[in-house]
Design a protein around this ligand. Structure first.
Ligand SMILES: *Cc1c(COP(=O)(O)O)cnc(C)c1O
Length: 371
């Protein structure tokens, strides 16, 4: 993914630097307001990454040792790692082949009396079925954390992903649709959680450093609990505000590129491109294709040939349960996860991609078909 960063972002970062306020300050507060409004949530709490956002989500839910948290193995490894940060146990659930996402059935299959939460991912920007999973989680009395790292600008049931979420975690890493270099956000409609999250990201202080500096009176802060430094800087937020203005256009452009890929690939047997589920629209953060046996060439051979032709495709979404970091954790069989991680690849899709680039990539895939 090549992020679209222009003169406007450079200017905004320079303005933040010249203002003298470079740590968390007014631009972070503005970015929180504008981002949370854009995704349909009452509160936004900016943090240093989606990984730290996921960590704080579990802290605010008071999940800890002895608790189980159901996660997809088919995700960037940070989803599972966050569970271990609070001393709880990640339990891997399988995913749906078409969306790459958890479903009510795959979660229910691994649920136990110790299940306290589910972290469901909107994988690659494809929304999971929020109506079904939120309702099921309520019925099970289990908290639903939404890992929306990839999903800024995606929609479900006609609303932005994030609207109606108990708590959602977002990423602004350059691999995502909009970026602040590094950065993340928590969104929620729960004012008490938002207040505690602001404290948790800032050493447990009862008054933010920004408010303390802005006050005419001396303010003696108190440290209410052992917490973290997970703050975003105003330089990052300044870039984020410009990027947020680009979001709608970027999503439209990505969706058009994805549609063109699908049209060009339509007659190729054994290649199944990711598409929107019936209930929502993806921002196409990742455009993946799943190779079936009829295609005739293995995923790794395809990646090697694309690389030889100057195309930097990537393997599909990773599976955490296959990584050494999780070798000690027993897991139920995850056949769909293993199929997707083994047989899918992510094709290039960025703002600078041209029709000619796409034609070239598809020509390579066509040549490799049925060999
Ligand atoms: C990228 C990603 C993360 C981690 O985001 P960072 O901001 O890099 O910490 C977490 N979960 C998913 C699903 C991701 O794709």
């Amino acid at each position: 993914m090549i992020p679209l960063l222009g003169e406007e972002e450079a200017q905004a970062a320079a303005d933040a630097v010249r203002s003298g306020w470079v740590a968390q300050g007014p631009r972070v507060a503005q970015f929180e307001r504008e981002f949370s409004a854009r995704v349909g949530a009452d509160h936004g709490v900016a943090v240093s990454s989606c990984t730290t956002a996921l960590h704080l989500a579990l802290v605010v839910l008071e999940i800890g040792p002895g608790d189980e948290v159901i996660v997809p193995s088919l995700s960037f490894i940070a989803t599972a790692n966050a569970v271990r940060y609070v001393g709880a146990t990640p339990i891997f659930a399988d995913v749906d082949l078409a969306t790459g996402n958890l479903t009510v059935d795959t979660v229910d299959a691994v649920r136990t009396p110790r299940t306290r939460a589910v972290i469901a991912v909107h994988q690659g920007g494809v929304p999971f079925d929020v109506a079904a999973l939120r309702k099921a989680a309520d019925g099970w009395n289990v908290a639903l954390v939404e890992d929306a790292a990839c999903a800024a600008g995606s929609t479900a049931y006609g609303q932005p992903v994030g609207a109606g979420a108990t708590i959602a975690a977002w990423s602004f890493h350059p691999r995502k649709v909009i970026t602040t270099g590094e950065g993340g956000m928590l969104t929620t409609d729960n004012a008490d959680w938002a207040r505690r999250l602001r404290r948790l990201r800032e050493h447990g202080m009862n008054v933010s450093a920004a408010d303390r500096h802005a006050s005419a009176q001396p303010v003696l802060e108190a440290y209410l609990e052992t917490a973290y430094n997970y703050r975003m800087t105003d330089i990052q937020a300044a870039v984020g505000l410009v990027q947020l203005g680009r979001l709608a256009g970027l999503v439209t452009q990505r969706r058009a590129r994805a549609e063109r890929y699908r049209a060009l690939l339509a007659d190729l047997r054994g290649i199944v491109p990711v598409r929107d589920p019936a209930y929502g629209q993806s921002n196409v953060q990742s455009f993946w294709v799943l190779l079936g046996p009829e295609y005739g060439t293995s995923r790794d051979e395809v990646l090697a040939e694309l690389a030889a032709q100057g195309v930097s495709a990537r393997r599909g979404i990773m599976a955490a349960h296959l990584e050494p970091a999780y070798a000690d954790l027993p897991s139920a069989p995850l056949p769909v996860t293993e199929q997707l991680t083994r047989d899918s690849l992510i094709l290039p899709l960025h703002h600078a991609l041209t029709d000619a680039d796409q034609d070239h990539i598809v020509a390579v895939l066509r040549r490799l078909a049925g060999r």
